[in-house]
Ligand binder design. Sequence first.
Ligand code: P6P
Length: 340
Amino acid sequence: MPSRIITLNEVIIQKQSAFPYAKGELSRLLSHIGLAAKIVAKKINKAGLVNILGDSKNVNVQGENQQKLDVFANEVFINTMRASGICVGITSEENDEMVLFDDDLSLDGKYIICMDPLDGSSNIDVNVSIGTIFSIYRRVSSRGEKATLEDFLQPGNKQVAAGYVLYGSSTMMVYSTGLGTTGFTLDNTIGEFCLSHPYMVTPKQGKIFSVNQGNFINFPRGTKEYIKYCQEKDEATNRPYSARYIGSLVADFHRNLMKGGIFMYPTTGSAPTGKLRLLYECNPIAFLAEQAGGLATDGLGNRILDIQPTDIHQRVPFYTGSKDMVQRAEEFMEEYKDEK
Ligand code: P6P
């Protein structure tokens, strides 16, 4: 643990020095994300006391009821990014279309952001941890003009930064710019994210598997066989593993990142291409997993970060976490790929 308080902004600047050509724009963007996270965290922590819980009666592009905090978080992040003058547009889970900024300052912005402003929202009313997930790319279109679809449909291996905010027993921000995965914990007494996990490395092997077994009957045969493998007794490989699943991606992933484990969202009957979205859930989480020494695939041997997106709300099957566990799951998927 650091001997003194080291803030998010200090670390952002430190890491910027590793990029000789950096002009500080990405650093400022990350700082703005930290600001938005603090605003949302404050609202979430009070949610139980003021009338902001519950359904906003709107339905988002995913066909999911938008919780009031979803709407609030989406507006805070969009408005903060617009004010940064560094981001030229956003794709959000909560918006059907891309949000393109057209003020002069933003049009010259160098970056675009894909985000899930409040993931796990079905847990809001029951006080279970929820999260914000973000992914940052350099724009490929010309500066001075509006962002284009091409800016947002870049493969995850082009991300310049990615991270999440976990609104849990404490509020944490975990991010990477490609120099490893780093975690910060919000100190509410000073209103700062303080360095708490300087270099997060996920164990190669864990004892936790995370999947919604309510969908078991519709899983691919290989996933079913891997789950059975996790449940079998075998002292030599520390099995059976423990099943842990909160239904909030950031919370499930963060626990497994820290302790070791595998998170799976396979194809199911109601989600034949998977449920989780490539641009603003799988790619950023995959980036962090790999930066921490883990893996992230679609269960079919494809690295998540290499998938070429075709739609801003595209869904993919998602297997991520400890390297040895994801590889073992992939072996079962390969072995049973032609069987129901
Ligand atoms: P299910 C939350 O809605 C979410 O997008 C992720 O946070 C979570 O991992 C997943 O869906 C849970 O889905 O079908 O198991 O409830």
